[in-house]
Design a protein around this ligand. Sequence first.
Ligand code: MSP
Length: 641
Amino acid sequence: MSNKTFYITTPIYYPSDNLHIGHAYTTVAADTAARYKRMRGYDVMFLTGSDEHGQKIERKAKSEGLTPIQYVDGIVANFKHLWEKMLITNDDFIRTSEDRHIKVVQQIFQNIYDKGDIYKSEYEGRYCTPCETFWMDRQLDEGKCPDCGREVELLKEESYFFRMSKYADQLLKYIETNPDFIQPKARRNEMISFIKQGLEDLCVSRTTFDWGIPVPIDDNHVIYVWFDALTNYISAIGYLDDPETFNRYWPADIHLVGKDIVRFHTIIWPIILLAADIPLPKEVFGHGWLLLEGGKMSKSKGNVVDPLILIDKYGVDAVRYFLLREMPYGNDGSYSEGALVHRINMDLANDLGNLLSRTTAMINKFCDGKIPEPSSMQDEDTELFDLAARIPGEVEELLEKMEMAGSLAKIWELVNKSNKYIEDMAPWSLAKNPDTKARLGTVMYNLAEVIRIVAVLCTPYMPTLPNKIYQQLGISDNKEIHGWDSAKKWGSIPYGVEINRGESIFPRIQPEEAEVVQEKADSKPKQAPTEEAANLIDISEFAKVELKIAEITVADKIEKTDKLLKLKVSLGIEERTVVAGIAKHYEPDELLGKKVVLVTNLVPATLRGITSQGMILAASKGKKLSLLTVEKDVPVGSKVK
Ligand code: MSP
C-alpha cells in the first residue's frame, strides 16, 4: 500500500428525492480527483453517502405510508444505482442510519457534553425544515428562509446548545494560518467576515420529531441533523474502533461541497472537531451551482434534470465531460440540453473524434494500417512535441486545485494543436510523393503518439474513452503506456503496431435527437425577441456550421434536369458526392480542380435519387451566380471560419 494517502469526500445527500445533475456534478468532480490521485500512486479513500435523518424525511415517509427507514432504503438504492451508472469509484458509502455512524455521533456529543461545551436551555427561533436550519429573526429575508426563500416555523422548545462562540477565535486563527483551508479564495473571505460578526451558540437537539439519533443523555431529544451529518466524515473511517484506518486517512485532504453548505463545513464542523480534540480537515472546497436557464433546479419547480436519462441517451463519458467542462472554477455553470449536445458535437465528435478517425484512416491508407517508424524531427514536430511535454504538468497543477474545467481546456489545447498539425503537414500530399515517405512516417507516428497522450490525460474524466482509443491504435494490451507518467514520455507508442480503425468514438448528435430531458420546462413565458435581436446569432451558433475547402474532382450532368450537377469533391482523406444547382452557370469541365467551400455537417439529402453529402457555397443575385473559392492556395480539408 502506498504511503501517500488522499482522502476526499462529497456531501452526503438527502434522500428526500432522487438526485439530479447538480448533485451528480459534485460526485463526478470528486471521482475525477480520486481517479487522478490513484493514477499518481496515492492510496485513495473516496467517500460518499446519504444523510438520512430529520423532520423532512420523516414527513415524506409518512406521506407515502412508509416508515422512515423503508422510505430511505428505496431512495438510497437509487443513489447507489446512479453512482454505478456514472462510473463513480467511491471506496465506501456511509449511511447515517448505520450503527457504525450512530455510535460515533453519540460519543462525540457525549465527549463535548462532558467537557461542558454542550448545555441544556430553552430555544425560541425560526426553523426552515427543508434546509434543516435555525435562523435568527435578523437573518430572515422578508420573514422567509434566506437560503431557499420558503416559510419558516416559529419554534419554542427545550434544547441542547453547543458553545460555538467559545471556539470562534481559535477557528479564525486556524483559517488565517492555513490559507488553503477554504477554497476558492472568495469563499474564504466570506467565511472570515461571517465569523467576525460573532457566532451564536448552536441548538444541537430537537424534541419535535423522532427520526434522528437519540441524545445519549436524554431520550426525549434527537441530535440536530447537521451535527449528525458532518460526523460522517470520521465515522466512515473508523473513528472509534479502527484507529489504524482513521489515522491513515484523517485529516481529510478535501471535503468537496456546494457553495450553499460551505458555512456548515468551515464553521460548525471545525468547531465540533476543535471541541472534540480532533484535527481539522486540510481543505473545504466550495464549488458553484449548476443552474438551468430559469435559475435553480428544484423538485418543487419541477425542472430537475435526471442524469440517468442523459447517460442512456448520450453516454456516460459525454455527460461527465459536459459537467466537468461547463462548471467554471468556483462559479456557477449552466445546463441546457442544447449546450450538452453542442459540447458533444464540437469538442468530442469534431475535435477529438475526428482527430482519431482522420489519423487512423490515413495510417490505413498511407501506411498499410501500421503505426510507422518515425525519423528525424522538424520544427513543426518540435512545436507539437513541446506542447505535449508541457500540457501534462499544467493539467496536474490545475487538477490539484480542483480546476476541472480549466484542466480539460488544457487537454483540448493539445487536441486542437494536433488537428492543426494535420492541416499544416497535409499527410495526403506527403503520400503522393515517394521522396517524402519518411516524412509521412514521422507525421503519422507523431499523431498516433499525441492521441495516446490525450487518451491517458482524459482517463480520470472519461473512464471508458481511453480503452476505445487504445483499441483503435492497437495498444490496448500495452498497459505500461496507459499510466499517468507515460503521458510525459514522448515516443512510448511502439511503431509497427497494427491499428484497428473502428467506429467513431463520439458520433455526432443531430439536433432533432436532442429533445428536452427536463421533467417539465420552465413555465416562465419567454420574452419576445426584438427584431434586431432576432436577426443576430452568437458565435457559437455560427460555429455549428462546419465549412471546409474541397476540390471538385468529377462533375457530371444529371439526366432530365437542366439545373443540377453531380459532383465528386475531395476533402483530403475523404471523398463526397454533392448535388449542386449550378448547371445553368457552369459547364462540368470548367469545374474540375476548383477549390470551393463545402458545408460538411448537413444532414444528407436525396435529390433525383442521388444522396448529396454537403452543400457548396455560392453567391447569387438575380441571374448571376458565382461559386465561392479561395484567394490563396490552401490544402483541401482546411477549415473555413
Ligand atoms: N445533506 C446535506 C449535506 C450534508 S454533508 C455533511 C445536503 N444535501 S443535499 O442533497 O441537499 O445537497 C448535497 C450537495 O449537492 C450540496 O453540496 C449542494 O450544493 C449540491 N447541489 C444541489 N444542487 C446543486 C446544483 N444545482 N448544482 C451543484 N450542486 C448542487 O446539503
